[in-house]
Design a binder for this molecule. Structure first.
Ligand code: ADP
Ligand code: MG
Ligand code: MG
Length: 251
């Protein structure tokens, strides 16, 4: 069943066109990988899908669950089930990780949660991510290491169970052990066969243990190639250079 349908999406950032017409279709339960060189527009696509107003859609459309959400606000998209993990997660003093996730979950489900049920669910997710329980009571991301911030993002994803999770370089800057833990969290999310994933990544380490259905290569604001999981290995071996020419030919 079709979950996301992006058609001819053009996106401006500060009046400069960054995405020049993106087409992307995703079905429920699929995992798509988006790769591409620095500055290609990968994060821009993530923000545009999430509805960040800095990323102005000038042409094209985004349909989510067969509904046109092109003009919808971030909060609405979030409650509809789109989740974006940030490359640089926010630090929020005065709000604990636990209460942050709890109120997001209550907004999404439209009902109050019993603290005990919530704590139990959260404890389970934290175990998958090998996070100490005390993190739930710490201020959101304050004093968290890079790896702990990424784990906190994955924890949010596991708790919120979005229909579409977009992970923007959740694996970057992590050591081997942390990548493995994050990857285990993503695997856990994949077990929910309705949840779709868009993984934006530079490295392929996080993908090793994951099921990947499609790989897209974004160069200079255009998807220049789509393939299966095998495309990741080609990128590994040959890099992105081969695709620049393709991007030029598409002008
Ligand atoms: P990627 O994630 O593929 O590395 P980005 O989407 O971050 O690429 O950036 C694509 C282009 O958009 C770059 O040229 C970048 O400078 C520009 N850009 C992205 N975000 C902003 C912003 N907030 N303000 C100005 N320019 C931006
Ligand atoms: Mg980048
Ligand atoms: Mg980026």
């Amino acid at each position: 069943e079709q979950l996301l349908n992006v058609n001819g999406l053009k996106v401006n950032v500060e009046d400069r066109e960054i995405l020049h017409g993106i087409d992307l279709q995703m079905n429920a339960g699929e995992t798509h990988v988006l790769m591409g060189p620095n500055g290609a527009g990968k994060s821009t696509l993530g923000y545009a899908l999430m509805g960040n107003p800095k990323f102005e859609i000038t042409e094209g459309s985004i349909f989510f669950k067969n509904k046109d959400i092109t003009e919808e606000a971030v909060e609405k998209r979030a409650s509809d089930g789109i989740f974006l993990s940030f490359q640089n997660p926010l630090e929020v003093p005065g709000i604990s990780l636990g209460s942050f996730i709890r109120s997001a979950l209550e907004r999404r489900r439209g009902e109050k949660l019993r603290l005990w049920d919530f704590r139990k669910e959260m404890k389970k997710a934290m175990e998958v991510l090998q996070m100490d329980e005390t993190y739930a009571d710490r201020d959101l991301n304050i004093g968290f290491s890079g790896g702990e911030k990424k784990k906190a993002e994955i924890l949010q994803m596991l708790m919120l169970r979005p229909a579409l999770a977009i992970l923007d370089e959740t694996d970057s800057g992590l050591d081997v052990d942390a990548v493995r833990t994050v990857s285990r969290g993503v695997e856990e999310y994949q077990k929910n066969e309705k949840g779709a994933l868009l993984i934006i990544t530079h490295s392929t380490r996080i993908l090793e243990a994951l099921k990947v259905d499609y790989t897209h290569i974004l160069v200079d604001g255009r998807i220049v190639e789509t393939g299966d999981a095998g495309l990741v290995e080609r990128i590994n071996a040959e890099g992105f250079e081969q695709f620049y020419e393709q991007a030029v030919r598409m002008y």
